[in-house]
Every structure is written in structure tokens, then in C-alpha cells.
Design a protein around this ligand. Structure first.
Ligand code: SAM
Length: 337
């Protein structure tokens, strides 16, 4: 069984597929080798690899970097539920910390839920220890995911007449924040792990990338941009009072990944494979058989750079973002060396 800490429901999370993915990655390296998790999301893969490997993890989103500091860079710092409650009680309502109350009351959250989000966000800024701050922000992300009035992500909120909304509005941000810490005892590491928030191609062009024996790539496989589905987490972490757009109240400056465009995704995979090969790293890719590029086409691109390209496949049940579950998808892992 792989080590795991649940943070939130996240599109494409590998937390339920670790027993499939981790042995494939580990078969290409030895204990102590450095592994890059290039698009780490909730860091489920890096966390499972953490006991035996040095991890360099990366994702373009700042909320993801924050989870990486809490779970991957963290060398055994944890908070108890009592300490989390003390954190919550340590601050009073402050007029400078009113972003959520001002922008999002009665949308994704009730006014009361927004006030609690602002309060915990304020408490996080008062921490002197970066790892404690990251743990508090990760607990708050869990609470936001649990209490939101939406279909399980932040692309749009429920209309006021939705019959489920009354119950969701009653959920307590404070209680779910505190509850996260009962299952969040973070593991130690003997290694100096690194957490980054860059575009993947910048990272693969830096010297640090040459240290990796294996690069693990888990990119978006559909047109859904993560910056649209999780914009509220980005805003909570940055707390920068951004300009908002559209009914979903999205940040104007959100990142658009080329992996989410059918006419660009092939070039992106070509770039990843070329840079990893130049750096001397093996490459492991998670993808779906329903992705924007077909597995045959993808394999052809990878074979231009690597002598050995092996395909592993597993059927799995998949959440359709509030529209139930389907088991018609196959998770594909391609290993190249
Ligand atoms: C399928 S998710 C990764 C899920 C992750 N393995 C987990 O278990 O949570 C894809 C991630 O790619 C990131 N991403 C998309 N384009 C990127 C880019 N150009 N550079 C870095 N990260 C990117 C997204 O922010 C998202 O978190």
C-alpha cells in the first residue's frame, strides 16, 4: 500500500491509482534517485514516492505549490486537531482580510463560510514557519472543497433554488478545516526535496532537471483548464484581490495549458520527450484513452525520442464532475527509456 494523504477531490488525481502507477515509475530507478513530478496537482504521486526517493515537484498553479510545501518539502512537521483549532481561534475578524466575504458571499459559499475562509487565511499569514503556513492553507483547501455549493469544482456555483444548497450552506468551514488534521500526519524524508511552480518547459530547460533519473508527467487530457476549475484555490492562496470575469467569477489572469488544445497537444508531448531525453531522464506519462490525442499517435511521437516505449493500461471508475461515475475509461501509463 502506497503512502497517501487526501487533500481534495481533484480532476485526474492519481490517489486511487497509486498501486498501478508507482511500481512503473520505480521500476526505472533505484532508491535514492531523484524523480521529477512535472505536473503534480495534489502531489499524490510525489507523496507516495517520498519515502524512497528525492522529489522535485512542480505545477503551474500556486495552490499546488503550496500543497507541495506541506506534503513533499515538509520533513515531518504536522499539526494536531487541537493545534488547528487554536489556529482558528487565534484571530479575530479583520477588515483587511475580507476578500472572500466581499467577492464570493452567496455564490460558491455562504457569507458565514466566506468569513471563516478569510479568518483562516489571515491566521496562515501570521505563521512564522513556512511549512506550518502551507499545512494551514492545505487544510483550508480541503475545507473549501468539502463545503462548496457546486458540482465538486469551482467552474460554476449552484443556483439559489437548487434543493441541495441549504444543506451545503450549513457545512462548517471551521469543522472541516480542523478535521483534515486528523489524517494529515506528514512523513519524513532524508532528502532535500524541491517544490516549484513553473511552466513545465522552463523547468525541463534548467540544470536542476538534469538531476532526474525519471520524469513523471500527468498532464490535463481534456479541454478542461485547471485554472478554471480551481480558480478559487488560486485566489485563496494568492489573496491578491484579482479582477474577476464571467458568471463563474474567474480570475482574469488564469493560465491556459496547451495540453488542453487538440491542435497543440502533440507539439507539447514532442517537447517533453525531446527535453527529457536530452536531460538523460526516463519518462513516464499518465494519460487517458479518451484524451485529446490518441494513444497510437502519442506513442509514435515518443518513439522518435526513446528506443523503448511500453504501454500499461487499467480500466477505472471515473468521476464525471457531479454527473455520477463511469467505468468506461482506461488509465494509460506509458514508460519510455
Ligand atoms: C491531471 S492533473 C495532475 C494530477 C496529479 N497527478 C494528482 O494526483 O493530483 C494536471 C496538472 O497539470 C498542471 N499543468 C497544466 N499545464 C501545465 C504546464 N504547462 N506546466 C505546469 N503544470 C501544468 C495543472 O495545473 C494540473 O494540476
Amino acid at each position: 500500500m502506497c503512502d497517501k494523504i487526501y487533500t481534495m477531490r481533484y480532476m485526474g488525481s492519481k490517489i486511487k491509482l497509486l498501486d498501478f502507477v508507482i511500481p512503473i515509475i520505480e521500476s526505472l530507478c533505484n532508491d535514492g534517485d531523484t524523480i521529477i513530478d512535472l505536473m503534480a496537482g495534489t502531489h499524490s504521486v510525489g507523496y507516495a514516492l517520498k519515502p524512497n526517493h528525492r522529489i522535485i515537484c512542480n505545477d503551474i498553479q500556486e495552490y499546488s505549490r503550496n500543497i507541495g510545501v506541506a506534503l513533499i518539502e515538509n520533513n515531518g512537521v504536522s499539526l494536531t486537531k487541537d493545534e488547528a483549532l487554536q489556529v482558528y481561534n487565534s484571530v479575530e475578524k479583520d477588515s483587511k482580510y475580507n476578500l472572500f466575504e466581499k467577492f464570493y458571499s452567496d455564490t460558491y459559499f455562504s457569507k458565514e463560510q466566506c468569513v471563516d475562509i478569510d479568518k483562516i487565511r489571515h491566521a496562515a499569514d501570521l505563521q512564522e514557519n513556512e511549512i506550518r503556513k502551507a499545512l494551514i492553507l492545505t487544510g483550508l483547501m480541503y475545507a473549501m472543497g468539502y463545503c462548496q455549493s457546486s458540482a465538486g469544482h469551482f467552474a460554476q456555483y449552484m443556483p439559489k433554488d437548487n434543493p441541495r444548497i441549504q444543506n451545503l450552506r450549513k457545512l462548517s468551514i471551521k469543522d472541516s478545516f480542523v478535521s483534515w488534521f486528523s489524517n494529515a500526519k506528514v512523513s519524513n524524508t532524508p532528502y532535500e526535496n524541491v517544490v516549484l511552480a513553473e511552466d513545465y518547459s522552463d523547468l525541463l530547460s534548467e540544470d536542476v532537471a538534469k538531476e532526474a533519473k525519471v520524469v513523471y508527467l500527468d498532464p490535463p487530457y481534456s479541454e478542461a483548464q485547471y485554472s478554471r476549475f480551481y480558480h478559487l484555490l488560486e485566489t485563496m492562496v494568492k489573496y491578491d484581490f484579482p479582477a474577476l470575469k464571467y458568471k463563474g467569477l474567474y480570475r482574469e489572469d488564469r493560465f491556459q495549458s496547451n495540453f488542453c488544445y487538440k491542435n497543440r497537444v502533440g507539439d507539447e508531448f514532442e517537447k517533453v520527450a525531446r527535453l527529457c531525453k536530452e536531460n538523460g531522464s526516463s519518462l513516464v506519462i499518465s494519460y487517458s484513452d479518451k484524451g485529446l490525442i490518441g494513444i497510437d499517435k502519442l506513442t509514435k511521437i515518443l518513439k522518435c525520442h526513446y528506443d523503448s516505449v511500453d504501454i500499461h493500461s487499467k480500466a477505472y471508475k471515473h468521476s464525471m464532475q457531479g454527473r455520477g461515475m463511469t467505468d468506461s475509461l482506461h488509465e494509460i501509463v506509458i514508460s519510455c527509456h
